[in-house]
Design a protein around this ligand. Structure first.
Ligand SMILES: NC(=O)C1=CN([C@@H]2O[C@H](COP(=O)(O)OP(=O)(O)OC[C@H]3O[C@@H](n4cnc5c(N)ncnc54)[C@H](O)[C@@H]3O)[C@@H](O)[C@H]2O)C=CC1
Ligand SMILES: O=C(CO)COP(=O)(O)O
Length: 319
């Protein structure tokens, strides 16, 4: 079989990690970054401890001839980057979130900016540093047509990164966006000293609200039990490496959002996604209590004491 060429757009932690995984699996990889690079670059600022495999080239020019193009820029910048992409290869969104201004999901943005190309979504419980280090992991590759999802999953799977195909891109996108918001809630619970029981309750109840929104938008609630839903909730709501969870912990300990954001250079997608996800749910008449508390707390509408009450004091209904 001819050598496969994978283009990766965005050289943050996730782009670097996927470049390592694909490069080590023997594929030719072109990793695009917005700041021009000179000469042969083997390590990049977001994961400085990682050395890129030889078959990964880093460039400031958009690649033209890839078999598949992965988009690994932060969700809020996806539209501006996708609109400039040349070529015809299928596009795989690897970013998680809801666009703040428009309420668009990743594949809505690709449909608007690149209407003539095929689109898919990759999402799952995957900390970049572990993927870059070749540790075993799994994720979901979803496309509207299962045949496409299978093809792209086969093209991208590696001996250590197992990709499962899905024909529910909507559910996978909602799950990937919502888990970052829930991770902030889980962090707040732990940071505020509410305990691990409280966190487990939050994670479990969030599955219900994410499933409700997914169904209301035409997706499958069962997707939320998979890698992009439950899998990523477990990782992000308990893993110390999560930026959303650690941001929540700092908030729960009383730090202000401004101070936390000023001390960081990496993206915590849940911050911009929380209000957009809540607005999306409201437009569809879906109640999302966990998302509601996170969005209101982040915008200063409620204080920590009220957030704690709201997270834990809803009258129990029927499970
Ligand atoms: N880091 C992780 O473990 C994982 C991240 N993701 C998702 O991948 C997406 C990217 O996250 P990370 O790579 O971790 O972020 P990061 O914070 O490490 O890096 C973001 C990168 O995007 C670049 N960037 C920012 N604005 C840009 C623009 N307008 N045009 C071009 N490039 C721009 C930055 O220079 C930086 O290199 C997010 O949606 C995140 O949720 C998904 C799975 C795992
Ligand atoms: O999406 C991720 C793991 O699947 C990364 O989570 P954070 O963005 O919270 O670090």
């Amino acid at each position: 079989m001819a050598e496969r060429h994978i283009a990766i757009i965005g050289a943050g932690a996730w782009g670097i990690a996927l470049a390592c995984a694909e490069g080590l699996a023997g594929r030719r990889v072109t990793l695009w970054m917005r700041s021009p690079v000179a000469g042969t670059v083997r390590s990049l600022p977001r994961l400085p401890q990682i050395s890129l495999p030889d078959n990964v080239s880093v460039t400031g020019t958009f690649p033209l001839d890839a078999d598949l193009t992965l988009l690994t820029v932060p969700l809020q910048t996806l539209r501006s980057v996708a609109a400039r992409l040349p070529g015809t290869s299928p596009l795989v969104a690897c970013c998680k979130g809801v666009e703040n201004v428009t309420g668009a999901l990743p594949l809505d943005i690709l449909a608007e900016t690149q209407p003539h190309r095929s689109h898919a979504m990759l999402s799952g419980p995957n900390f970049a540093i572990e993927i870059a280090g070749g540790l075993p992991a799994a994720a979901t590759l979803a496309a509207a047509r299962l045949d496409d999802a299978r093809r792209y999953a086969a093209l991208l799977s590696t001996p250590t990164l197992r990709l499962y195909a899905s024909d529910d891109p909507l559910g996978v996108q909602i799950a990937g966006a919502a888990k970052n918001v829930v991770a902030i809630a889980a962090g707040i619970a732990i940071g505020a000293g509410l305990g691990e029981n409280a966190r487990a309750a939050l994670i479990t109840r969030s599955i219900v609200e994410i499933g409700r929104l997914t169904e209301a938008l035409g997706g499958k609630a069962a997707t939320i039990a998979g890698l992009s839903g439950l899998g990523d909730l477990i990782l992000t709501c308990t893993g110390a490496g999560s930026r959303n969870y650690s941001l929540g912990i700092a908030l729960g300990q009383g730090e202000t959002l401004d101070t936390i954001l000023r001390s960081r250079t990496t993206v915590a997608e849940g911050v911009a996604t929380a209000p957009a996800l809540l607005a999306l749910a409201r437009r569809h008449g879906v109640d999302m209590p966990v998302t509601n508390v996170v969005a209101r707390f982040l915008d200063g509408g409620i204080d920590l004491a009220r957030a704690r009450e709201l997270l834990l004091e809803r009258p129990p209904t029927v499970e």
